[in-house]
Design a protein around this ligand. Structure first.
Ligand code: C2E
Ligand code: MG
Ligand code: MG
Ligand code: MG
Length: 272
């Protein structure tokens, strides 16, 4: 149908297999939501100088009764092919804003919640309403929320995405560009796009101590963020050596296994 009327496409067995698999996964996901098998885990975002907690990112998890924890990378892309991502996205937004709003009194001042949002959610005409509803229902102030949008998905950008981001920022929420450096954002686009934070993809952090090229790229991104007046967060920091290198390069915020893996909200609460 995508090819238009009168087009005939030979249906490959592999295509059928894939679409059947996806259909099954979609069905299982809907059931998982109903059965309460989906969970939101949280990973800390910290200040690189002293490790203090700045916020947390909400990450969706599926606790399958037989297959155990299923990582989002193996089901979000399938959900993104249909409106299922809207159902999942709404659920995460509701759950995460409630989890954090309820615990805000015991979290440091300025604490921010980051929630990943699919471009498909973003472009819904009622997304701003959905968002306002989640903030109202949970009691989380808009200023505490950052929406993370993956750079590669912003490719399907157009004037509509841009004006939607503007509208959301007017509500008081912040916008972060996730996995920065892995997509194809042009500098002209970055100049126009309303956003508050760049998350430097972990692929650049990984070889930081060995690769002069990666260090040069990270330095350039940090300078650019500074010049644009936006925050920069390094993703996927696993070792003290990576953290030290990032500090040397002038990075002030980070996230990664070095500071904590994603866990249930109460696992963080129990910490001294
Ligand atoms: P992301 O938003 O870039 O999230 C960071 C991913 O890196 C997470 O994987 C996190 O567990 C992982 N990570 C964090 N620190 C480290 C580290 O030090 N080393 C390594 N190797 N990995 C680290 P996760 O939870 O598997 O999520 C994968 C992606 O799935 C996310 O990437 C995000 O794009 C997507 N995702 C997760 N939850 C949601 C959601 O609620 N909605 C949407 N639309 N997408 C989501
Ligand atoms: Mg993210
Ligand atoms: Mg990322
Ligand atoms: Mg990612």
């Amino acid at each position: 149908k995508q090819l238009g009327r009168g087009q005939v496409v030979v249906f490959e067995p592999a295509m059928m297999e894939r679409s059947t698999q996806h259909a099954r996964l979609s069905m299982e996901l809907r059931q998982a939501l109903e059965r309460g098998e989906l969970r939101v885990h949280y990973q800390p975002l910290v200040a690189l100088d002293d490790g203090r907690l700045l916020g947390m990112e909400a990450l969706l998890r599926w606790q399958h009764p037989e297959r155990g924890w299923i990582p989002p990378g193996s089901f979000i892309p399938v959900a993104e092919e249909s409106d299922l991502i809207l159902t999942l996205g709404d659920w995460v937004l509701g759950q995460a804003t409630r989890d954090i709003a309820q615990r805000l009194h015991s979290l440091p001042p300025g604490f921010g919640l980051h929630v990943n949002v699919s471009v498909r959610q973003l472009i819904q005409s009622d997304f701003a309403l959905t968002l306002q509803q989640a903030l109202r229902d949970s009691g989380l102030p808009a200023s505490r929320l950052t929406l993370e949008i993956t750079e590669s998905l912003l490719l399907v950008q157009d004037a509509a995405t841009e004006s939607r981001l503007r509208q959301l920022r007017q509500l008081g929420v912040k916008i972060a560009i996730d996995d920065f450096g892995t997509g194809y954002s042009s500098l002209a686009y970055l100049q126009r796009l309303p956003f508050d934070c760049l998350k430097i993809d972990q692929s650049f952090v990984r070889n930081l101590s060995k690769s002069a090229q990666d260090a040069a790229i990270v330095t350039a991104v940090l300078r650019m963020a500074e010049g644009l007046g936006v925050e920069a967060v390094a993703e996927g920091v696993e070792t003290e050596a990576e953290a030290a290198r990032l500090r040397d390069l002038g990075c002030t915020r980070a996230q990664g296994y070095l500071y904590g893996k994603p866990q249930e909200i109460d696992a963080w609460q129990a910490r001294p």
